[in-house]
Design a protein around this ligand. Structure first.
Ligand code: ZN
Length: 272
């Protein structure tokens, strides 16, 4: 599932393609009207037609296009992928929407699992109320993390998954960050020492930045756009590495479930 680095890589990939262009129309494909969430295709077109995309950016895991009036947003969810064209190897049944630009070019939305959505927001505050701190912004200080964790009695992994606390983190980068910081994923937030919180804070920032440089992590479906891949998978230390050896202490990596999410950790470096 695409997380902050993957969504940022999609934005980086399509920035030059979309910014400055004007929307001609948007349509669902395969009669999949649900792709526009609660708004009809007709209503969405009334809102976005002839509007210019003047900025493409990311907030949490949302791709956002700033228009003259309002914002068009795409959430990739599990398997959403953007393409400038339909390739010969593509199966048409996997596409849920497309956008035509006035310059004659297209943006296609391919989505095997069909959970991805396109939203229209009159005001970006509709999103802001749901989303917490951006981990690569100056608001994400050590003090912010320290305060947030000291106040919480829950386990660290679900806390970091909560988009209302920190926006953009998901399974991959949380498992990697907790390994770097030496924190067991089931540790109660308020019991984590300040030294470990300091390590976690810098691990989150460093891992996300490095993953963006590598265009994210492709495990199965994710692509920054068209035929490109994310290359961070080579740098993963624990995620997806169950039964392989911890690169730090050579103990076998374990996989457990924490809040129903598959979680990878080193039982020796990350003790409860
Ligand atoms: Zn280890």
């Amino acid at each position: 599932m695409p997380e902050l680095p993957e969504v940022q890589s999609v934005v980086n990939h399509f920035k030059g393609y979309l910014e400055g262009q004007t929307i001609k129309m948007i349509k669902p494909l395969n009669r999949y009207h649900k792709v526009f969430h609660s708004i009809s295709s007709k209503e969405l077109n009334q809102k976005v037609k002839h509007q210019t995309i003047y900025s493409l950016w990311r907030r949490g895991k949302y791709i956002i296009m700033d228009l003259d009036r309002g914002h068009l947003s795409i959430h990739l969810r599990m398997t959403g992928k953007l393409q400038t064209k339909i390739n010969e190897t593509d199966q048409l049944k996997h596409f849920t929407a497309f956008m035509q630009l006035e310059n004659g070019k297209y943006l296609y939305f391919k989505d095997y699992r069909k959970f991805g959505r396109w939203y229209f927001f009159n005001n970006i505050s509709n999103l802001e109320t749901k989303l917490g701190c951006e981990p690569l912004s100056s608001n994400f200080t050590r003090n912010f993390l320290n305060k947030g964790l000291k106040q919480s009695r829950g386990m660290i992994k679900p806390k970091l998954l909560a988009q209302s606390f920190i926006a953009g983190l998901g399974n991959i980068y949380i498992d990697e960050s907790l390994w770097f910081a030496g924190i067991h994923p089931k540790t109660k937030c308020c019991n984590i020492s300040s030294i470990k919180i300091k390590r976690l804070h810098s691990a989150i920032k460093q891992i996300l930045k490095k993953a963006i440089q590598y265009n994210g992590t492709t495990i199965i479906n994710y692509s920054p756009g068209d035929d490109t891949k994310g290359n961070f998978s080579k740098s993963l230390k624990v995620f997806g590495k169950q039964n392989e050896l911890c690169p730090r202490c050579m103990t076998s990596i374990s996989k457990i479930f924490v809040g129903q999410r598959g979680t990878h950790f080193c039982p020796s470096c990350q003790r409860l």
